[in-house]
Design a protein around this ligand. Structure first.
Ligand code: NAD
Length: 475
């Protein structure tokens, strides 16, 4: 399946251009050549997609959970059949290596298979009651129309994490993918049609955030907004959809720290630091943008880290704007007194490549210590001991993931208990999740919901309590 020259929207099972007839250019990050044009949607397109979703929802919710799970499985299997092709699309629209794109496609498939299995579980609860002849149980109910808005960084898992559980739970969906990664979501929509997802159940509206995303958030007929992206956009979404008391699930940024203690296996800690900071060009919500190292091993850690950076194969960032934003932040860090140990500038080649960058001696309150750059930049910090490390890690507005490298169970547990994060990793990287593990953060990293795992069912459904009185005469 080749990416079409013009990527259309998907509304009520039909491929349609934007009502305005306008489109956006999508360039390849690796060489800045044109990949395709994309529907530049607005309020009218959003209205049509929400109407289609609303109309399709009751019949979809009437299907049994097993039937909906079977359709989700069929879609996941089609994605698995076409994994090479899907991954090539992801690689060309993001510039990431094909091996990474393949692993992301596989992760998206696994999410579909995990959710499909819920068709034959989807457990509720039964409980007792204080009154006789009464049984109390819970039923999972869909919410209605779900707006699913997402970032570009891992485009297929991003759509899979939301679309699979959203439609499985009996909602219908309007997806607004990132304007930087329209092609993989277009493919997802095509596979959904082939897999038998009924018309109107999964709609896709492409375009820019303020033009296509904002009207979706503001639409009065949208019952749930599930968003993955920056804290700034998430805050606006929470305020806007919150005003009409719509349910809002936010998965936002991170300023994730990896701590290397003086009893750590330093080679392993450096290896994980490199992977955590620089894979996907640092464009991961769980990216280790802060490396917190005990004084006693700091110099050795730094030396090995810099040697490792020299061996990396750089990957482009998603856009010219990202490149300029990252370069500006590193320049300002240097002007504010931090030391750029390596990188710090655009690579001298075609494409949006920023050299993997390590900074040190930045103040804790400096912009580079506080702001998520979403690029291949990490900052080293020197600490005295564990308590100092925990205080520094927690001195952030974000709280998504955190990692510690230590041989001590005591230090590992103390860190796990005290660090402000949704995910803690001992002796590995600051990384994301697997389909059966809930993922999300605290503070500015989210609003407390967890994506993936059975926890995702709580985002996309409501638990209704049913009181069954078996003997009305006696009761
Ligand atoms: P972004 O906030 O700029 O955009 C995300 C999505 O929101 C895009 O589809 C965009 O078009 C849309 N959007 C922008 N403005 C909007 C508006 N006013 N109304 C509605 N939609 C709007 O973020 P980004 O640059 O695409 O992604 C990077 C951010 O995403 C980082 O902060 C990263 O940490 C975060 N992220 C979080 C997770 C997680 O699970 N916590 C996963 C991946 C990425």
């Amino acid at each position: 399946m080749v990416v079409p020259d013009e990527i259309p929207n998907l509304v009520d099972g039909k491929a349609v251009p934007a009502a305005s007839g306008h489109s956006l250019e999508k360039l390849r990050p690796a060489d800045e050549t044109l990949l395709c044009r994309v529907a530049r949607s607005g309020t009218e397109d959003v209205g049509a997609a929400v109407a289609a979703a609303r109309a399709a929802q009751p019949a979809w919710a009437d299907r049994t959970a097993v039937e909906r799970g079977d359709i989700v499985r069929e879609l996941a299997l089609r994605l698995r059949e076409g994994r090479e092709e899907a991954s090539e699309i992801v690689a060309s629209e993001t510039g990431k290596p094909i091996e990474l794109a393949l692993s992301e496609t596989d992760a998206a498939v696994e999410m579909g298979l995990f959710v499909a299995g819920e068709g034959r579980r989807s457990y509720g609860r039964t409980t007792t009651a204080s009154m006789p002849h009464r049984t109390v149980l819970t039923l999972r109910q869909p919410l209605g129309v779900a707006a699913l808005i997402m970032s570009f960084n891992t485009p297929l898992p991003n759509v899979a994490w939301k679309a699979f559980p959203a439609i499985f739970c009996g909602n219908t969906a309007v997806v607004k993918p990132s304007e930087h990664t329209p092609a993989s979501t277009w493919l997802f929509g095509e596979l959904a049609r082939e897999a038998g997802v009924p018309d109107g159940v999964l709609n896709i509206v492409h375009g820019l955030g303020p033009e296509a995303g904002a009207p979706l958030v503001e639409h009065p007929d949208v019952d749930l907004v599930s968003f993955t992206g920056s804290a700034a956009t998430g805050r606006w979404i929470n305020e806007t959809a919150g005003r009409r008391l719509a349910k809002v699930c936010l998965e936002l940024g991170g300023k994730n720290a990896l701590v290397a203690c003086d009893d750590a296996d330093l080679d392993a800690a450096v290896r994980w630091a490199l992977a955590s900071a620089f894979s996907n060009a640092g464009q991961r919500c769980a990216s280790a943008s802060r490396l917190v190292v005990f004084d006693d091993v700091y110099d050795v850690f730094r030396e090995r880290l810099l040697a490792g950076v020299g061996d990396l194969d750089p990957q482009p960032v998603i856009s010219r704007e990202s490149l300029d934003r990252i370069a500006g932040a590193v320049r300002r860090a240097s002007e504010a007194g931090a030391t750029v140990l390596c990188g710090g500038e655009r690579l001298d080649r075609r494409g949006w490549y920023f050299a993997p960058t390590v900074v040190e001696s930045a103040a804790a309150e400096a912009e580079i210590s506080r702001t998520e750059l979403f690029g291949p930049v990490t900052t080293l910090y020197r600490v005295r001991d564990l308590e100092h490390a925990i205080a520094l890690v927690n001195d952030s507005s974000y709280g998504l993931t955190a990692a510690i490298h230590t041989a001590s169970v005591h230090r590992a547990m103390r860190f796990a208990e005290r660090v402000q994060a949704g995910v803690v990793v001992v002796n590995a990287g600051t990384h994301g999740s697997e389909p059966h593990m809930g993922f999300g953060g605290v503070k500015d990293s989210g609003t407390g919901w967890r994506e993936a795992g059975v926890e995702a069912l709580d985002v996309y459904s409501d638990l209704k309590v049913v009181n069954l009185v078996s003997d009305p005469v006696q009761a």
